[in-house]
Design a protein around this ligand. Structure first.
Ligand code: SF4
Length: 234
């Protein structure tokens, strides 16, 4: 009988402790995002675009390429062709002239022509708004679909790229061995208020402060809240 009471006491004690730790973690994560939001007042993509379609093309081109490189190419491409019909009419060879400075341009170009055809045939030339329809387009994977859902359509999705993967594992905000694991954990851990902006806050934090080699921990606004064991405080 005594044993049972002790057990139930322990049970309650641990439950309380668990709740307390959960609360502390939530508060900490909230503080992390509050500070990032102040440090990064404009959490938006660095890709240049003026329509959902232009954003889609820019994101497809940006795989394994820098935003700067993509912007340079689209600064010439979009004034010449910025609709599915216009890019389709360029054809693979015509399109190549505009994007040949970008890595994997052959594959990306072929995908973009197919993608334009599918938009014309199946979506009245519009960019579809669901994950299933987006992922059915040539050259559009989970990451690109997430970027479109978040940036064009205002849905609280987080496209885990190399920056977000690194930052999330370091702080940590969501530890995982692959991008889907990290994405799922972030969806659970990021405070609701910041779910929409988390994607760009974490990318920009990773791109400029929590960089891959020698993170800039000294000037990092969340240094005291970050648990990364190999902080660069020299
Ligand atoms: S303290 Fe360093 S490791 Fe931690 S988030 Fe900031 S830059 Fe990244």
């Amino acid at each position: 009988m005594v044993k049972m009471n002790q057990h139930s006491l322990n049970h309650h004690f641990y439950s309380f402790l668990d709740l307390f730790l959960l609360y502390m973690n939530q508060q900490k994560r909230l503080a992390i995002f509050e500070r990032l939001a102040i440090a990064i007042p404009e959490p938006v993509t660095e890709l240049n675009y003026n329509s959902d379609f232009e954003l889609l093309i820019a994101v497809v081109l940006s795989a394994q390429a820098t935003d700067k490189g993509v912007n340079k190419a689209t600064a010439k491409l979009f004034p010449a062709a910025n609709t599915p019909q216009a890019i389709y009419d360029l054809g693979a060879d015509g399109l190549k002239d505009y994007i040949k400075t970008i890595g994997l341009f052959n594959t990306k170009g072929a995908n973009i022509i197919k993608l334009c055809r599918a938009l014309l045939d199946n979506h009245n030339g519009e960019v579809p708004k669901t994950r299933e329809e987006l992922e059915a387009l040539a050259g559009v994977g989970r990451k690109t679909a997430n970027v479109m859902l978040n940036t064009a359509f205002g849905q609280p999705t987080i496209a885990v790229d190399t920056h977000i993967f690194r930052v999330s594992n370091r702080i940590p905000l969501g530890k995982g061995k692959n991008v889907v694991e990290v994405e799922k954990k972030l969806e659970k851990n990021v405070p609701k208020k910041y779910l929409l902006d988390a994607h760009h806050l974490l990318i920009l934090h990773g791109r400029y402060t929590c960089i891959a080699r020698k993170p800039r921990c000294q000037s990092c606004v969340i240094s005291d809240l970050c648990e990364y064991k190999e902080k660069n405080l020299d």
